[in-house]
Design a protein around this ligand. Structure first.
Ligand code: NAP
Length: 292
């Protein structure tokens, strides 16, 4: 393997170090950043994500609790809880873990969160501000990818970034962030999706390739040029009887063949995942600073 590993855990640690100053300044004013997480149903992956978020908050001095609601909770019950959390001056950030059960409209729920407490950056007000280049809560995964690149010496400025995937939580907002005339951005961006013909014609022209397709092996070694920097956002569970859990996690990129040609690449796990959580804590601290 020729590629340098871009270490998300280490980069996240740097961010936590910097956050401590903010948290202790708030503490001197008697303010403890406070995140409320809402989990509806018992989706196993969501349980794991929520558990990791809560544990990390506790580790770094952020107050956090999870409101667990049964899968058959009526939408009105969830909306009433959000109204209560919106009014609670002690709560600075609110996060509703997605996906929600099919009977509940996710857009309706997200719109109910007060925009100033929307630390996931999914509320239409924050999305609109992002598109306009205004101050907002950046969605955590795209913000984490930007930090990973900049802090590891791979500035996006003036580069050609190819993004695979146009979801509202990863690909699209990341593409928008990268094309803005701002520090840590100002790139030329190509956004690919399932309507893209000849994906490899685009991926081969990337200086920086960000893959968020949700499908294993979307990008293989023959689809990239030598020296590319690769950010693999994907998290896919594949059966592996040789492990204790019976499965392991892989990304959307074929790590073995792509790392032969890449200058640098993120591992899965240990790449983008820890950065997403770090940026959630950054947004929560920002929310506490703005509201206190
Ligand atoms: P998503 O909502 O399923 O979106 C996938 C996107 O990829 C869609 O835009 C889809 O195109 C596109 N796509 C799928 N297959 C493709 C292909 N063969 N060629 C080109 N485009 C293709 O997924 P997501 O929520 O963005 O998540 C993507 C991956 O990132 C998942 O594995 C998820 O688990 C992971 N993820 C990780 C983190 C983290 O913190 N590590 C956070 C969020 C997500 P269409 O729009 O045309 O359907």
């Amino acid at each position: 393997m020729g590629a340098k590993l871009i270490d998300g855990k280490e980069t996240a640690r740097q961010i936590y170090g910097e956050l401590q100053t903010h948290i202790s300044t708030l503490g001197k004013r008697g303010v403890v950043p406070h995140l409320s997480v809402v989990l509806v149903g018992d989706d196993p992956a969501s349980q794991v994500y929520v558990g990791m978020k809560q544990k990390t908050c506790e580790k770094y001095g952020i107050r956090s609790e999870t409101h667990r609601l049964p899968a058959d909770t009526p939408a009105e019950g969830l909306l009433a809880l959000l109204d209560r959390l919106n009014r609670d001056r002690d709560v600075h950030g609110i996060l509703v873990q997605l996906p929600l059960p099919q009977s509940i409209s996710a857009p309706q729920v997200i719109e109910r969160i007060a925009p100033e407490k929307d630390v996931d950056g999914f509320h239409p007000v924050n999305r609109g501000r992002l598109v306009s280049g205004e101050e907002c809560y950046l969605p955590c995964t795209p913000a984490g990818i930007q930090e990973l690149l900049v802090r590891n010496g791979f500035s996006p400025e003036k580069k050609h970034i190819v993004v695979v995937g146009r979801s509202l939580i990863v690909g699209l907002p990341f593409a928008i962030m990268m094309m803005q005339k701002k520090k840590g951005a100002n790139a030329t961006v190509t956004l690919c999706h399932t309507g893209t013909q000849g994906l490899e014609d685009y991926t081969r022209r990337a200086d920086i390739l960000v893959v968020a397709s949700g499908r294993q092996n979307t990008v293989t070694g023959d689809m990239v040029r030598k020296g590319v920097v690769v950010i693999d956002v994907g998290v896919n569970r594949i059966d592996d009887p040789s492990t204790q859990r019976g499965y392991r996690l892989v990304g959307d990129v074929d790590f073995t063949s792509v790392s032969e040609k890449a200058a640098a690449i993120t591992p899965v796990p240990g790449g983008v995942g820890p950065m997403t959580i770090a940026m959630l804590l950054v947004n929560t601290v920002k929310a506490a600073e703005r509201q206190s």
